[in-house]
Design a protein around this ligand. Structure first.
Ligand SMILES: NC(=O)c1ccc[n+]([C@@H]2O[C@H](COP(=O)([O-])OP(=O)(O)OC[C@H]3O[C@@H](n4cnc5c(N)ncnc54)[C@H](OP(=O)(O)O)[C@@H]3O)[C@@H](O)[C@H]2O)c1
Length: 217
């Protein structure tokens, strides 16, 4: 039985952007405290999932197993440039098939962007770690979710059944915080245990989630 814990990690500007108008994460959105938080989180994850332009680029990156989304393959394939990477096209294979290809059948999976990828898992996150930089604005930039800026990132997380926990300060001077948005117990949270609604009745005996945060580049 696959037992995945799916956590998301992003840092956004006050207007909900993860990158600027040229689709690049600007230096103004990089803070040491957030970087340490994000780095520790990726060090404790079994698998990292991201789009082709969102690899974290950290010293430990070559040692981490990852799934890279691309339309350049039909379903799943080995990445010829990285033995620890699986290439995945969701149009041609399921997420479970991609995890199988990566050799991962349980543990924490870190979803680290871009917007399309963050959206894809909105109904599967156990915890979404939302770092916010209130003094940074990136008008016309790239939103964290496709529904931003019509809605705020917090509104979208709430719409998908996630509730905010206690915020942590990552950078006092710049007011940067991280807030865990956790999924309340329910059918969806059991789905990540590979249990369908049909099984719920027989297994409602204390399946649950534990928080394991840390950080962001
Ligand atoms: N602030 C933060 O915390 C944060 C977090 C993440 C990213 N970022 C930044 O945001 C920018 C994101 O770049 P981006 O918009 O280009 O996003 P991206 O998701 O990293 O890359 C887009 C590419 O990923 C593949 N892809 C994405 N969704 C797919 C899907 N549903 N099916 C198949 N392939 C898919 C496609 O690759 P192919 O072209 O190969 O088909 C697509 O061209 C980067 O500059 C990154 O540094 C910032």
């Amino acid at each position: 039985m696959t037992v995945f814990k799916i956590d998301g990690y992003v840092i956004v500007s006050a207007d909900g952007m993860l990158a600027d108008t040229s689709h690049v994460m600007p230096e103004t959105l990089k803070f040491e405290g957030d970087k340490q938080f994000f780095t520790a989180a990726l060090d404790s994850a079994e698998l990292i999932v991201h789009g082709r332009h969102s690899e974290e680029g950290q010293p430990n990156s070559p040692h981490r197993k990852r799934i890279i989304l691309t339309r350049k393959v039909a379903g799943t394939a080995h990445d010829p440039s990285n033995p620890k990477a699986t290439l995945w096209n969701p149009a041609g294979a399921s997420f479970e098939a991609a995890c199988d290809h990566a050799g991962i059948h349980s543990g924490t999976i870190a979803i680290i962007g871009g917007p399309n990828v963050f959206d894809m898992f909105l109904d599967r996150y156990d915890t979404f770690w939302l770092s916010e930089a209130p003094k940074v604005r990136l008008p016309g930039g790239e939103p964290v979710f496709l529904g931003v800026p019509r809605l705020t990132p917090r509104q979208i997380l709430a719409q998908h059944g996630l509730k905010p926990g206690e915020s942590q300060i990552l950078d006092e001077t710049n007011g940067v915080t991280v807030t865990p948005w956790r999924r309340a117990e329910g059918p969806q949270s059991l789905a990540n245990f590979g249990i369908g609604a049909l099984d719920v009745v027989g297994r409602l005996d204390g399946l649950g989630h534990s928080a394991a945060p840390r950080d962001h580049e």
